[in-house]
Design a binder for this molecule. Structure first.
Ligand SMILES: NC(=O)c1ccc[n+]([C@@H]2O[C@H](COP(=O)([O-])OP(=O)(O)OC[C@H]3O[C@@H](n4cnc5c(N)ncnc54)[C@H](O)[C@@H]3O)[C@@H](O)[C@H]2O)c1
Length: 258
């Protein structure tokens, strides 16, 4: 993974990135750190992945915690840890997410609950506990990770699509409720990005060449890389976007343009 060259746009800020043990979350955490932020990263189980993310960032810029985004106790604990360790909280990126592949009628109640709990309830919990901390420092920026599936449905992903649609409306509502607190809330919605989330799917449809062929028609700019999502998230995190709240940005290589 290439490391983005920072311009200090987040110097003095403290951030949390959930689900940063791989993929998009890892790229966001490293980009934040390269921009001068102190960052707390989480995952529910992949401790090794968190250590690898930490190793990609400037020394001393990233701390990690095991925390399940679907657990109120864990999420509250991460916010408290960020404040204790780095003295404040300015930025939260609710990135942790999972996907389940099944037709609606074959989706188990357990898979539905887990997907909604991690993707949607996790985003709610992140906002719920980060907002009071951001109020204590006079404002902040929350960036939720949605998906093209915040806007368009997709067979075999009913729970995922429902969760990501919910993240879009949660974002708008939180933005309206907290503009007065100078807390901005936006959602970045990726198209197809090359991350471990898609590894199994890539194997199932016959490998990377097949994916590239498929993407030629649906995502005109081709496969996305995690760093291309991270650079957009940095824009929302820093003061360059100070008048932007309650909005969504599709970073999807043209997927939804057609
Ligand atoms: N890869 C894509 O094509 C794509 C497209 C649109 C949106 N997204 C979204 O981007 C985000 C990141 O996904 P990714 O593609 O990097 O996949 P990924 O599988 O590489 O990363 C997901 C991360 O979430 C963590 N995680 C899973 N369950 C968790 C939990 N309960 N608590 C805390 N952490 C947990 C994982 O450990 C991992 O670090 C997700 O919200 C996903 O829905 C991805």
């Amino acid at each position: 993974m290439s490391v983005l060259s920072g311009k200090g746009r987040l110097t003095g800020k403290v951030a949390i990135v959930t689900g940063a043990a791989s993929g998009i979350g890892r790229a966001i955490a490293v980009a934040f750190a390269n921009e001068g932020a102190k960052v707390v990263i989480t995952t529910d189980r992949n401790l090794e992945g968190l250590k690898q993310t930490q190793a990609l960032a400037p020394e001393g810029s990233i701390e990690y915690r095991l925390a399940d985004s679907a657990s109120a106790k864990d999420v509250e604990g991460v916010v408290a840890f960020a404040e204790e360790r780095f003295g404040r909280l300015d930025v939260l990126c609710n990135n942790a997410g999972i996907v389940t592949d099944a037709m609606l009628v074959d989706t188990t109640e357990e898979d539905w609950d887990r997907t909604i709990n991690v993707n949607l309830k996790g985003t709610f919990l992140g906002c719920k506990y980060a907002i009071p901390a951001m109020k204590r420092v006079g404002g902040g920026s929350i960036i939720n990770i949605g998906s093209i599936n915040s806007f368009i449905g997709e067979p075999l992903h009913v729970a995922y699509c429902a969760s990501k649609g919910g993240v879009l409306m949660l974002t708008k509502t939180a933005a309206l409720e907290h503009a007065k607190d100078k807390i901005r809330v936006n959602v970045v919605c990726p198209g197809w990005v090359d991350t471990p989330m898609n590894t199994e799917y890539i194997e199932n449809i016959g490998g990377r060449d097949k994916v590239e062929q498929m993407l030629e028609t649906v995502q005109p700019l081709g496969t996305g890389q995690p760093e291309q999502i991270a650079s957009t998230v940095v824009f929302f995190a820093c003061d360059e976007s100070s008048l932007v709240t309650g909005t969504s940005l599709l970073v999807d290589g043209g997927f939804t343009a057609q």
